[in-house]
Design a protein around this ligand. Structure first.
Ligand code: ZN
Length: 363
């Protein structure tokens, strides 16, 4: 069988087993539309590779021989996953094939930028790789800024990176496949693969050092012409607002990016009412930027990814209220706004999802 077809069939089998109860070889053949012989051959290969294991037999039904059940070996491979969206630290975890966190590590940034920050990221990946004795499937990274389809960070101002081939550099240092995606898109992949959403059309907004969104349309993450889909950070939501680094006034990034909101919360001090006004105001401005996005794709859900000191009930209610006031009822009344079901781990799980899809064809 040609190698491409083999890889494709292998992905179908792994996809069927991923997140499923154990399946028999006959179940696999049925759900993948492969012949029983092909399915059985594939299973032999997956057993040899240590990706799949037999887990007993299905209780007998009728006179036939009980079928042997198969599942993905949770620790058959480990994944090194990194989240670069925090301004203070680079955050990482080893995640297994069942989506469980095996170990975590965090390294303080201490202002490191440029090549020095690339070294910091490599040190984190290397130390995580050394934490496990299981075979590594690869490294996944969620980075702020614009990231192209080849793992080149085209621009990430907070790290002072411009056209940094992060995937290539790390792959050479670790001798592993490395995949990089924008942090908002990572949060979206995490929600899609490991989160609670069942929606096929939704938006994930990532509040980090900047603001970005991941858009899922008909069950697919949209990347856009220049891999910049969802770059909503410099949409103007207040024409008389503060001057932004981009030259305009009142960009949504100034209203809701984590460092700016935290500055305003700090300025409110112990005044609880003032703190709530800060969060409600930030939520309203985010809602203004999202009303058009939600209308354009008829989104069922808006998932907000960000730290819990900002993304609270009041903030989410302000986002939802503004979207509803600024859209037609058909759309606005059916949209739900909620925090990420993966909490602050959404970028890490998105990085895991990226490695699973690129290396095993599991989406
Ligand atoms: Zn701007």
């Amino acid at each position: 069988m040609p190698e491409d077809a083999r890889r494709h069939n292998r992905s179908l089998a792994l996809q069927a087993l991923f997140g499923s109860d154990p399946l028999s070889r006959a179940d696999l053949a049925r759900s993948t539309h492969l012949t029983p012989t092909t399915a059985s051959d594939l299973v032999s290969g997956l057993l040899d590779d240590g990706l799949v294991e037999e887990v007993g037999r299905r209780p007998g039904r009728g006179a036939g021989k009980p079928a042997t059940l198969l599942r993905i070996v949770p620790d058959g491979r480990h994944l090194v996953c990194l989240d670069l969206s925090d301004e203070e630290a680079v955050v990482g975890a080893v995640i297994n094939l069942a989506g469980a966190v095996v170990t975590r590590r965090t390294l303080k940034r201490n202002g490191r930028a440029g090549d020095d920050a690339v070294d910091l990221v490599a040190e984190l990946a290397e130390s995580l790789a050394a934490d496990t004795d299981r075979p590594l499937l690869g490294v996944g990274i969620g980075s702020p800024g614009l990231v192209d389809g080849h793992g080149v960070v085209v621009a990430a101002w907070s790290y002072q990176w411009a056209r940094v081939p992060l995937a290539e550099i790390l792959s050479a240092r670790l001798d592993l496949p490395v995949h990089v995606v924008n942090d908002a898109n990572a949060a979206t992949l995490g929600e899609f693969t490991f989160g609670h959403t069942t929606a096929q059309n939704f938006v994930v907004v990532k509040l980090g050092q900047g603001v970005g969104a991941g858009l899922v349309i008909d069950g697919r993450l949209v990347s856009g012409e220049r891999a910049a889909a969802g770059e909503i950070g410099h949409v103007v939501v207040d024409e008389r607002g503060e001057l932004c680094t981009c030259g305009n006034r009142g960009c949504v990034e100034l209203a809701v990016a984590v460092p700016f909101v935290r500055q305003r919360i700090a300025a409110a001090g112990a005044d609880e009412a003032a703190r709530r006004r800060v969060l409600a105001g930030a939520g309203r401005r985010l809602g203004l930027a999202l009303a058009t996005v939600v209308s354009a794709i008829d989104s069922q859900e808006v998932v907000v990814s960000g730290p819990p000191d900002i993304v609270d009930e009041r903030f989410l209610a302000a986002v939802l209220g503004t979207i509803r006031r600024r859209t037609i009822a058909l759309i606005g009344e059916h949209v739900d706004v909620r925090a990420s079901s993966l909490g602050t781990d959404d970028v890490l799980f998105g990085a895991a999802s990226l490695v699973l899809s690129q290396e095993l064809g599991i989406a």
